[in-house]
Design a protein around this ligand. Structure first.
Ligand code: SF4
Ligand code: SF4
Length: 103
């Protein structure tokens, strides 16, 4: 299946499908490379993280912010998007994290 639109111009990236080409070695929850502070997220006025994360690691479910570090592609967008001081961001310790097979 092509990644280009019908006009053949701007590439259409199927994020979900592309995420399926990645390999992950997930570290234990105690060593999650990103953490959030639930008490801050509970009062967040915008939840920018839910829009910024390409891997959909952040979701609002019944009003509660749910974060899953396991699918993280280590782009850093959530660290920039969160202006409330909730996100603590580190690269995963080796050999954990995402591994890109292509590109
Ligand atoms: S933007 Fe920051 S404070 Fe707001 S919900 Fe996301 S992680 Fe929490
Ligand atoms: S670093 Fe990127 S992929 Fe990982 S949780 Fe943050 S926004 Fe999502």
């Amino acid at each position: 299946m092509s990644d280009e639109g019908a006009g053949g111009g701007i590439a259409f990236v199927e994020v979900k499908r592309r995420l399926g080409t990645l390999h992950y070695q997930t570290d234990a929850k105690d060593h999650a490379h990103i953490t959030v502070k639930p008490e801050i997220c509970a009062k967040c006025p915008h939840s920018f993280c839910t829009f910024a994360c390409p891997a959909k690691c952040y979701e609002r479910i019944e009003g509660r912010l749910v974060f899953r570090y396991e699918d993280c592609v280590e782009c850093g967008a959530c660290d920039i998007a969160c202006d409330q001081g909730s996100v603590t961001w580190h690269l995963p310790r080796g050999p954990y994290g995402v591994r890109y097979s292509f590109g």
